[in-house]
Structure formats: C-alpha cells, structure tokens
Ligand binder design. Sequence first.
Ligand code: APR
Length: 229
Amino acid sequence: MTETGPRIVVLTGAGVSAESGLGTFRDKDGLWTKYDLAEVATPEGFAADPAKVHAFYNARRKNARAAEPNAAHGALARLEAAGALIVTQNVDDLHERAGAAGVVHMHGELMRALCAACGATWEAPDVMEVGDACPDCGGGPCRPDIVWFGEFPYHMDRIAEAVQGCELFVAIGTSGEVYPAAGFVEEARGAGARTLEINLEATGGRFDQRILGPASDVVPDWVEGLLGR
Ligand code: APR
C-alpha cells in the first residue's frame, strides 16, 4: 500500500471469466455478436421492452451461477489479500466466489437488483420479471443493478484515486474498448505507475509490459512471481 492507497490496482474484464465458460462481448462469438446492446444494455432498451432485458439478464445470471471461478480468479483473490485492489468491469461474482472480498464492480452486479424509483438495491432473485415490486418502497420498476451504456459507472472517485496513486496498474482480459475503464491505463501512466497488460493478445492500450496467454495459465504464474511463492 502506498500512503494513499493500494500499490497494485488490477482492472479485469470479460477475458478473466472466459475460461469459466462465461462469454466475452467482442470476441468472435461474443455477446454483442448475438444481441443488439442498444436493446438489452441501455435505459432506452429497458424502457422499450423490460421483459426482453429481464430475460437477457436472467439468462446471464443463470449462466454465472452455474459457472465456477478459474485459477485466475483464485490467484487474484490471493493478490487482493496481499493488498491489491481489484476493479472489475465484470458483473459476475466469480472474483468473490474465489475469495476476493473488496472487489469494486464499476459496471454493477448481476446478483444485485436496483429500484429505479428509490435507488434501493438488494440481492437479485434468480428470475426478475416486469412488475416485481421494490422491497423498500413497494414501487419500481425494478431492474438488474447493472450500469448500462449511457449511464455513469459506479465508484469512479474511488477508482480514480486508486489508479492515480498506485505503483503498478494491471489490465487483465479487457479489450480496452469501453471508457472510462479504457482510459485508466493512461491515467496510471500519467501518475507515474508502471503498466502491465495480461491478455490473449495485445490490445491498443499503451502498456509498459505485456504477458500474453490464457488468464487461468498466466495470471497464477504472474501472481506467484509477485508474492514469491
Ligand atoms: N484469457 C485472457 N484474456 C482473454 C481470454 C482469456 N482466456 N479470452 C478473451 N480474452 C480477452 C480478449 O482478447 C479481449 O481483449 O478478453 C477481452 C474481452 O474483451 P471484451 O469482450 O470487449 O470484454 P470487456 O473488455 O470486459 O468489455 C468491457 O464492455 O460491453 C461492455 O459492460 C461491458 O464490461 C463490459 C465492457
């Protein structure tokens, strides 16, 4: 930990959960090749057809519940226990199920529900439906607690402070296509941090170092190298 925050900040994307069987978004068979994100991942899409949006997230929630964390999630939980901060774009709970306790979910969580009327959040049921009532205000509409395109990600102040205060910024399994997450590497570089990308292939981001390979192979090796065991 530096005097202001974690020495190491890790940003994860869909690639860290790919080997757990959860789809990515922009790879060959990615989610956005099968669904129109405007219809299922925007406030306008939800307003136009809430049943379709609930069906999309009910299916993703079911897949996430059936998936198991992989060795990358486990290694990152150990790195978090050693003081690193995990910021994730992912909405699955595989980091937590691998033992991570303080993960910052900047795009929300599949396993949480949100009341669009009063802002209350609660553990999502397996199946959310149009007409579900908010347990706090009794109103609604109730929606998945997911940050949609056009909405502001969660915890941005905390993330900015950590990214600008860290000594090492590591992006794992993310294409770097979506802002503000895609801009974190430049923020970290500008603040003097070293930067590392771990991915199947190099993305367009300006990283000092790259480790290429499947996350469940290369992340444990990298973490063991850092933790010295
Ligand atoms: N190991 C490591 N990296 C992998 C693996 C793997 N086994 N499989 C895929 N990848 C990499 C791909 O090379 C790609 O760079 O994971 C990345 C997945 O990119 P995207 O599908 O764009 O996912 P992500 O970067 O998380 O998307 C960011 O976009 O749609 C929004 O909100 C959504 O959080 C998501 C955001």
